[in-house]
Design a protein around this ligand. Structure first.
Ligand code: C5P
Length: 235
């Protein structure tokens, strides 16, 4: 695994918008690790993955699979042929589904992208967890238990808020990756996120990767915002 890194969430609805954004980064700039999520993937299909890969970026394909094990196994087989660096599932799909995902993702030569599991979305509040999802165990306990399920199923890490990164590491070990969205610069709008921290705080809390969308993509100067994130998080 590489060291700490900032992953930019390219939550755009077209290839044109995405490339216009990526063109902010010149040949002499650091080549950002990018996240392709549902919006862009559903709009453009697998070709967008191939095109961004061809530009030399590492890619986290964030499609958050959650279905019966057989369906997820077969879907992962397709995704593993796209040569991305990281993919994910919802841990709520259970250990059987996560194991099936891992099987589907592993190529004949034994290689595969990193596979991580979403524990609870960073937009989910403790109140929604209790009152809507009817999970009475509390956020931190739920996330640690889901993380342990993911580790037991053979996954490489979890998506969680930086606020939970330390307890995930405590439960699952230091090498178990924490990929953490919910990042905002000091004093910025939270948007729809609930469990948020600054990049510097995410570093202190032990995140391995921060996933940053609007604070970079909607910034007046996206390049400066990216480098500020790199400086605060990677040091
Ligand atoms: O714009 P913002 O920084 O809030 O973007 C965060 C990104 O991380 C979005 O692409 C969102 O889908 C993703 N994400 C998240 N919470 C999770 C998993 C993924 O916010 N638990």
């Amino acid at each position: 695994m590489k060291g700490r890194d900032v992953i930019i969430a390219c939550d755009f609805s077209s290839a044109a918008q995405t490339f216009a954004f990526l063109d902010n980064f010149g040949a002499e700039d650091r080549k950002p690790f990018v996240k392709i999520g549902m919006e862009l993937f559903y709009a453009e299909g697998p070709s967008i993955v191939r095109e961004i890969k061809a530009r030399g970026h590492s890619i986290f394909l964030d499609l958050k699979l959650h279905d019966i094990p057989n369906t997820v196994r077969k879907a992962m087989r397709v995704l593993s042929s796209l040569d991305v660096d990281m993919v994910n599932v919802h841990a709520a799909g259970t250990s059987a589904m996560m194991q099936a995902a891992l099987e589907g993702l592993t190529r004949e030569d034994g290689t595969r992208p990193l596979l991580i599991a979403v524990t609870q979305l960073t937009s989910t509040s403790a109140q929604a967890l209790r009152d809507e999802l009817l999970i009475g165990a509390g956020m931190e306990e739920t996330i640690s238990a889901y993380a342990l399920n993911a580790r037991s199923a053979g996954l490489d890490g979890v998506v969680c808020s930086p606020l939970e990164a330390a307890s995930v590491k405590k439960t699952c070990g230091k090498a178990f990756l924490t990929v953490t969205p919910g990042i905002r610069f000091e004093g910025a709008a939270k948007d729809d996120q609930v469990r948020i921290t600054t990049p510097a705080m995410a570093r202190e809390l032990g995140s391995d990767y921060v996933v940053v969308g609007r604070p970079i993509t909607a910034a007046e100067d996206p390049l400066a915002a990216y480098y500020k994130c790199i400086e605060d998080f990677c040091g």
